[in-house]
Write a protein that binds this ligand. Structure first.
Ligand code: SF4
Length: 296
């Protein structure tokens, strides 16, 4: 069984920077992360050991009075950022620069008179942040949501940074077709690390029967990689750690591809890779024994 690692995989610079900042702040005193820093339980465990508290962006009572709070890489609305500052908290903002770019694009469209549309997962923290300053925004998750945009003379579209490009393009086209009388403007806000990982996944699926994706069960981009791999015909499995791998997934399989979501630690990918190699060796020994018995 041959194991191939994707050309681009795993933790992106935005998550890496947010993690580094959190570790630094944790060493200096009480810090409360407003939400889940990254959607990865392995990271949660590590931050728990460092004494990092978990708060709720929507709940001013979820951090000790006047203490330091940290906005995650997924970003937040200006409205929420200001609420925490006004309540007397020191706000450390680890919003990824590419999420900021999506906020700026949406603000620009609204300023120019476009009705704001965000293609993304309704309720996801990044989407909530994007829409937080524009409550009139329409979130479009699938084709059924397109009708909710209503009659608008100008429609301005951005997307959650981790959406698959194909889905975004399809939905932008559909919005245009359903609103032929509207002026539709789309600004591409899918981030470069997401595009690279999606392109690398296509290569991986073209060459492998099974694809393993390492990442948190509630990580949107990990889920997107699993769904995209399955849509491309690979058998796709999501795991958080090596103990999640099942040997029966690889019975009779010759080529396995490995990738990881943008919130996955390098050490998690390495540990899963090592376990896959062990499974491959065990498979080889079993097949060697079988052949030896046949020849004998
Ligand atoms: S996935 Fe993209 S937008 Fe999100 S933190 Fe990483 S680089 Fe930034």
């Amino acid at each position: 069984m041959k194991i191939t690692l994707a050309r681009h995989y795993g933790m992106c610079f935005g998550v890496r920077d947010a993690l580094r900042a959190t570790h630094e702040r944790a060493g200096l005193g009480t810090v409360t992360v407003l939400g889940q820093l990254v959607h990865n339980p392995v990271v949660d465990e590590q931050l728990g050991h460092l004494g990092v508290r978990r708060g709720d962006l929507a709940d001013l009572g979820s951090a000790p009075t006047g203490s330091e709070v940290l906005i995650t890489a997924h970003g937040a609305s200006d409205h929420d950022r200001e609420r925490w500052k006004k309540a007397g908290h020191v706000v450390t903002d680890t919003t990824c620069p590419l999420v900021r770019k999506a906020h700026a694009a949406l603000a620009l469209l609204v300023t120019k008179g476009y009705h704001p549309v965000v293609i993304g997962k309704d309720g996801h923290v990044e989407v909530r942040g994007l829409c937080g300053d524009f409550p009139e925004a329409t979130v479009v998750e699938n084709f059924r949501d397109v009708v909710r945009i209503g009659n608008r003379s100008r429609i301005g579209i951005v997307s959650q940074t981790t959406q698959p490009m194909e889905r975004v393009r399809e939905l932008v086209d559909l919005i245009g077709q359903c609103h032929p009388a509207s002026e539709v403007r789309y600004i591409d806000t899918v981030c470069q690390p997401t595009k690279e990982r999606q392109a690398a996944l296509r290569e991986l699926c073209a060459e492998n029967e099974v694809v393993v994706v390492v990442g948190g069960a509630n990580s949107n981009n990990t889920g997107e990689l699993v769904r995209s791999a399955a849509a491309m015909g690979a058998k796709a499995y999501q795991v958080e750690r090596p103990s999640d791998l099942r040997s029966e997934w690889f019975e009779g399989v010759e080529r396995v591809g490995l990738t990881a979501g943008t919130s996955t630690l390098d050490e998690s990918v390495r540990a899963v890779f090592d376990k896959l190699k062990m499974l491959a060796s065990a498979q080889e020994s079993r097949e060697g024994g079988f052949l030896a018995r046949l020849v004998g």
